[in-house]
Ligand binder design. Sequence first.
Ligand code: HEM
Length: 275
Amino acid sequence: MSTNAIKTRFEEPVMLWLERMPLLSTYTKTKGWPYVIAWCHRIAGLLLVAYLWFHIYTLLSLSSPPSYDATMKFYGFILFRILEWALAIPVIFHALNGGRLILYESFETRDDESMTRWLLWLSMLYVALLGALMLIGSQSVSAVFFWLTMSVAGLTLAYGVTSKIWAIEHSLLWKLQRITGAYLLILIPAHMLFMHLNYSMAHEANTVVMRMQNYFVKAVDITLVVVVLYHAGYGLVSFTGDYLESRSLRIGLAALVILVMLFFAALGIRLALVI
Ligand code: HEM
């Protein structure tokens, strides 16, 4: 995929702006866009892992509503609100680019030009939509209805990907990462949108606790915790494995990642069950 190949009438200004950015321009010129996109995917994945750990840790204070409300008041400052919105960029980029990779692996056809165009425009649309919801902040929707719809969509997509990649010659763990990726492609962007439909949805302890007491919502939350920690854990192990020569170091690091992910899974599941 050449740099010019993904420049068309609509995205030309955006691509030109990106190509002029200090660090990015060096790599787009010497290594090309596919290399840059692969690295952006990795960096976004790592940012999401860091945010995921921090997110689970913050949610633990829900066991004491006044302390959760105080934490949310602190994160209500404009700088944190902007950072919260900016999180949509790695989220949607990693989700759509991951979706693009899964599509290639499932159908074995490549059309980088139109895929990158879709990736760019859908990402910008999503980030703008989330910003608009955060500014308006007054919509309301039934949590069970929303999560039922999203779960059906996520499971359907995961089933479709399973039926496509099952026959591919790869390990079961690899296949599971792609299947979890397909499920997350719907659930993670939806999770962020839902949390910003209304300010109280995510920022007021009583509203959050009331929602999490519903058994269906508990099941969705636990599934999401398990799926996302598996996906991220596998990603970390395979990504770091690419750079470590020593087999014992690779095994040691994989064991450490598994332990940390199991620890966060236990925290997340316990929270969903006791609330
Ligand atoms: C939202 C939907 C998501 C999709 C569709 C998706 C898809 C993918 C795919 C296909 C890969 C493999 C990339 C490769 O081997 O080149 C991957 C890697 C990875 N993912 Fe995700 N992912 C999603 C969400 C997440 C989330 C929420 C996290 C973290 C909490 C995460 C963390 C990672 C990490 C750390 C890697 C390894 C980085 C790499 O090797 O490029 N992903 N993802």
